[in-house]
Design a protein around this ligand. Structure first.
Ligand SMILES: [Zn+2]
Length: 294
């Protein structure tokens, strides 16, 4: 052992590292063979690699429009945190559940949640759930954070142009063109045609998403407090679906003591939920059942 240590030191490995390795090696050799008392078996996801779909709640009538509500973060990803230890992942879950309850109480639309507990989901899985359920609308809920405790109020995000271009490029150059965009089969189409179809689909989804964002702003005027610049665009991954309108609502700043107090208050959350539910119902009535325009 002494010779090995000397050779290793000569090669430039710190003496402490070599000593620690020697001790671990000696312990491993002297330890009795370990026989486990029990075996933990973990169910692996199906070979498709897709996670299971959540339950669809609300009216049994499958022709009713479906909204997928996504509580941001979760599990090992806590999101932002407040000055008194508030965690964004718990705030977003409470808001998502309140919104689900408000929609179910009205009974006009069907609802599914990407998560209803404290669990982690990858970004693509969130919008993927909405796409696989063939949802009519995707609403992701978050709480903002800023270095400045002055920053307050809710912001509604739709996908930016820049993000859209990157998606268009990625989809257009994808080798497998078996996707369909707005019902148009892209298989066998050239790169140029694919890029045009994707761009058109994105333009339409951006417009639809923005009209829903405006409704959230209109319906929330009394119950919510908005940021001074409340309608914004960003390249959020969860907003990149080509076939369903998607918005991300930052319900307030968890970093602001005033906003954090509101976000933690069940009565405030109920007001938030009712106003967003109202925007969802109006939007879906307009876009999915033309004869039912209020
Ligand atoms: Zn967030």
């Amino acid at each position: 052992m002494k010779a090995r240590v000397l050779i290793a030191v000569g090669l430039g490995v710190p003496l402490a590292v070599v000593t620690a390795m020697a001790i671990i090696f000696a312990l491993a050799l002297s330890a009795p063979t370990y026989v486990p008392d029990y075996v933990v078996r973990i169910a692996l996801p199906a070979s498709t690699g897709q996670i299971g779909l959540p339950a669809v709640q609300g009216p049994a009538d499958a022709s009713r429009p479906l909204v997928v509500i996504d509580a941001g973060h979760g599990g090992h990803d806590p999101g932002a945190s407040g000055q008194h230890g508030e965690k964004e992942k718990m705030t977003t879950l409470a808001l998502a559940l309140a919104l689900r309850d408000a929609l179910l109480a009205d009974g006009r639309v069907r609802v599914a949640l990407t998560r209803d507990g404290d669990r982690f989901l990858a970004l693509e899985e969130r919008s993927g759930i909405a796409q696989r359920l063939r949802a009519d609308l995707f609403v992701s809920i978050h709480a903002d954070a800023s270095e400045s405790s002055e920053a307050t109020g809710a912001t509604i995000y739709t996908l930016s142009d820049r993000g859209s271009d990157a998606v268009a490029d990625a989809v257009a150059t994808r080798e497998n063109r078996s996707d369909t965009v707005n019902g148009v089969d892209l298989s066998g189409k050239s790169d140029a045609v694919t890029a045009i179809l994707v761009t058109l689909a994105q333009r339409e989804m951006r417009e639809r998403s923005k009209s829903f964002a405006s409704l959230v702003l209109r319906e929330g005027q009394e119950a919510m407090r908005f940021h001074t610049d409340p309608e914004r665009e960003a390249a959020f991954v969860v907003l990149k679906s080509l076939d369903l309108p998607s918005v991300l609502i930052e319900a307030g700043y968890i970093s602001s003591p005033d906003d954090a107090r509101a976000l933690g208050n069940p009565a405030w959350r109920k007001g938030f939920a009712e106003s967003v539910a109202s925007a969802i119902e109006i939007y879906l009535a307009r876009t999915t059942v033309p004869s039912a325009i209020p």
